[in-house]
Design a protein around this ligand. Structure first.
Ligand code: PRP
Ligand code: URA
Length: 233
């Protein structure tokens, strides 16, 4: 019988992220809760309302973990008991940047954790035939070069879209090492492409899937995230 001090075990095929991931990849811990939420997202029978609920839950976990990667500085405050408390505060300002359209689904989770956070947008779309990413538009906070950037996109397939978004951020003066990419489902091909292009960008991903199929979709994956979150029934 399991001891009451241990957490439930996941089935072996779900229990561990792949061992040979690039060093800038930080998968979320594989808990039963996370695996159950991902199972709900992957199920093609899941309704749009339930899909949104599961995705928002995972997004919140991603934002919480992403914030753990931001540097802190020592900060002393005085408590109501009159004593000084030597704590910490975040070192710098942050902003979110979503890769439209699917990345916009992650903005609410960021706002729940960071009140009044500034959010920029980059519209990048993958060509449905070639899977090549095309940049259409970027609107970013004017002082983005002085901020840490949480880049938001739930799907990392070939890596083309995220790499193009990072190019835009760097063109706007954001140092590579100040970018944290928050992502729901990734795959080894996309993670390697990101590492080859921008090794100092940290990637916080909820789940690393097996591979890409011939259509450059993630498998087992969850299908087209944007369609399922925003437009499906
Ligand atoms: C999806 C997804 C990523 C991209 C991932 O967006 O949200 O942005 O594809 O694929 P990649 O790593 O091969 O570039 P899509 O362009 O389909 O647009 P959408 O957000 O409007 O669904
Ligand atoms: N975009 C998605 O939404 N899903 C994939 O598997 C690949 C790109």
């Amino acid at each position: 019988m399991a001891s009451c001090s241990t957490k439930p075990q996941l089935p072996a095929h779900l229990a561990k992220a792949p061992s040979s991931l690039p060093p800038n990849t930080h998968p979320l811990p594989r808990t039963g809760q996370l695996a159950a939420l991902l199972t709900g997202l992957r199920n093609k029978e899941t309704s749009r309302g339930a899909f949104v609920f599961y995705a928002d839950r995972v997004n919140r976990l991603l934002v919480e973990e992403g914030l753990n990667h931001l540097p802190v500085l020592e900060k002393t405050v005085t408590t109501p008991t009159g004593l000084d408390y030597n704590g910490v505060g975040f070192e710098g300002k942050i902003c979110g940047v979503s890769i439209m359209r699917a990345g916009e689904s992650m903005e609410a989770g960021l706002r729940e954790c960071c009140r009044a956070v500034r959010i920029g947008k980059i519209l990048i779309q993958r060509d449905e035939e070639t899977a090549l990413a095309k940049l259409f538009y970027a609107k970013l906070p004017e002082d983005i070069a002085e901020r840490y950037v949480l880049l938001l996109d739930p799907m990392l397939a070939t890596g083309g879209s995220a790499i193009k978004a990072i190019e835009v951020l760097i063109d706007h003066g954001v140092p590579e090492e100040r970018i944290i990419f928050l992502n729901l489902v990734s795959c080894p091909e996309g993670l390697q492409a990101m590492y080859d292009a921008y090794p100092k960008v940290k990637i916080v991903t909820a789940w690393v899937d097996e591979a890409l199929n011939q259509q450059k979709y993630i498998v087992p994956g969850l299908g087209d995230f944007g369609d399922r979150y925003f437009t499906s029934r």
